[in-house]
Design a protein. Sequence first.
Length: 202
Amino acid sequence: MKIAVFSDVHGNLEALKAVFGQIREQDADLTVFLGDIFQRGNEELECLEILKESGIICLKGNCELYAEHEVDVDPDVEYLKDYYDGIRSRLTEEQMRFIKQMPLFYETECYGHKFHFSHFLFLDIENPYPFLPLSSLKDGTFDKACESGYVNKYDLAVVGHCHQNFVKGKVVSISASGLEGASYLLVEANKDTVGFEHISIA
């Protein structure tokens, strides 16, 4: 089984089309988008429409949370209030319904191997803003979360959000598809092994 995973498009329509083109060439059985359609680029709604119509699994990132609930869910991004107020005013009812129904995570199993996909590791999934802060990468909190029982029940947990490619235990992070250093992840599983590769987006 092949699983293609990408994240953090950030309004870059050209990059979104490029990653879809490369994933099609891989003939993946499953494709998962880890969230963050908005912010930085200027073609967010075009990206949203492509993802909405793609039929792939689209998970909710912090940018979708801001579009859905306003930036109040995350006090660190009050400076983005005007931007997201503008986005909310431009979204159609159908587009907002799509954003609201995007799940926070996706799990699947293949040949007994368990996989977890989310925008980032969770601090508290019941919170309005459920993800660990980015500061957790520097203060050791993220490393501890990578060693938690929640993570270790999976063979692989794939995240985005921090725009970096790295591996910590069973957690694999993917860089932003829509920014410099863009990549996606290709996971291959059979009855004996699980392998993965970060692939640069041309």
